[in-house]
Design a protein around this ligand. Structure first.
Ligand SMILES: [Zn+2]
Length: 71
């Protein structure tokens, strides 16, 4: 083995990601790519109906609700 920096391609944008403490989101290059992989980007990038947005916001504020128990 050597001390060469090991890198992996980000699964989303294929940017080389250093596999070290410098890359907390590895194998993703960034939190954004990690969120994209999880599908959570959709909630941020797409316009969502107000009714759904309110429902989601309430869920985030009330973490003891059973329906948001997906973490
Ligand atoms: Zn990326």
């Amino acid at each position: 083995m050597s001390n060469d920096i090991f890198t992996v391609p980000c699964p989303i944008c294929h940017k080389q990601v250093e596999w070290s403490e410098q890359s907390p989101y590895r194998p993703f290059c960034s939190k954004r790519c990690q969120l994209i992989d999880l599908g959570e980007w959709a909630a941020e990038e797409k316009a969502i109906p107000c009714e759904t947005a309110d429902f989601a916001a309430n869920g985030l504020l009330n973490e003891d609700n059973d329906w948001v128990n997906h973490s």
